[in-house]
Design a binder for this molecule. Structure first.
Ligand SMILES: [Zn+2]
Length: 232
């Protein structure tokens, strides 16, 4: 799947990768051979969707059913693609989206790197998990100006991006509006009928920062220039 870019307000977002073409192969990156599990079948119950054959760890987040995709560890990455299960794992646990480390917080919060934002940053919605400082440099590559770095106190879970379904004839389940993905807040009436492919968080209380500043804070003697990575 291709994840939507940073979103402001509840609207259906445009596709943009969490890690740009030419960027690092990230923990959340989709790999060739990965895709929707062909053995997974949806059931429609009185209270919403479930996977036939019983539940598994990671099937749900705050009651929302998660897409079941296959995994192909070690396979080459699909440019711009994101694996729904790994996105949820990283976003839920606030792990770095590239190296999956537990991202450290300072007094301003966790580091988020999002496509450049010109206007106010308060209350933005994002599907991009946070990043550790070295990985933020790797994502930004040669053009940090294309990105906005934010420090955010523990961000609220807003909802999911996914496909909405409804019961069909003969016990079948039908996708509403084809396979189009939409954003659904947690607690929304549509949430029990959604198969989620990404978790969305609200960046509240965000403070603008820069990768150069973050690197100086991390290593006072590094003295990096904006646009050059002190981490190689
Ligand atoms: Zn990292």
């Amino acid at each position: 799947m291709i994840l939507p870019k940073l979103m402001r307000g509840p609207r259906t977002p445009d596709p943009v990768p969490a890690v740009p073409a030419g960027g690092p192969v990230a923990y959340v990156s989709l790999r060739h051979g990965e895709g929707p599990d062909p053995a997974a079948r949806l059931d429609a119950g009185p209270h919403g969707l479930s996977w036939a054959g019983g539940s598994r760890t990671g099937d749900r987040l705050r009651g929302v059913l998660w897409a079941r995709w296959t995994t192909a560890p070690g396979a080459p990455a699909v440019v711009g693609g994101v694996h729904p299960g790994r996105q949820m794992h990283a976003m839920r646990n606030l792990l770095c989206r590239v190296c999956a480390c537990r991202v450290g917080a300072d007094a301003r919060g966790l580091l988020f790197l999002v496509p450049a934002v010109r206007g106010p940053v308060e209350g933005l919605l994002t599907v991009d998990p946070p990043a550790c400082v070295p990985c933020a440099w790797r994502i930004a590559g040669p053009d940090p100006s294309a990105w906005t770095a934010l420090r955010v106190p523990v961000p609220d879970g807003y909802g999911v991006v996914g496909g909405i379904h409804r019961p069909g004839p003969g016990g079948t389940v039908v996708a509403v509006a084809g396979r189009q993905s939409v954003m659904v807040p947690f607690g929304d009436l549509r949430a029990p009928w959604t198969v989620a492919t990404a978790m969305v968080r609200t960046l509240r209380g965000a403070t603008r920062t820069s990768l150069a500043r973050e690197a100086r804070t991390r290593s006072p003697r590094a003295g990096p220039r904006e646009g050059s990575s002190p981490f190689g």
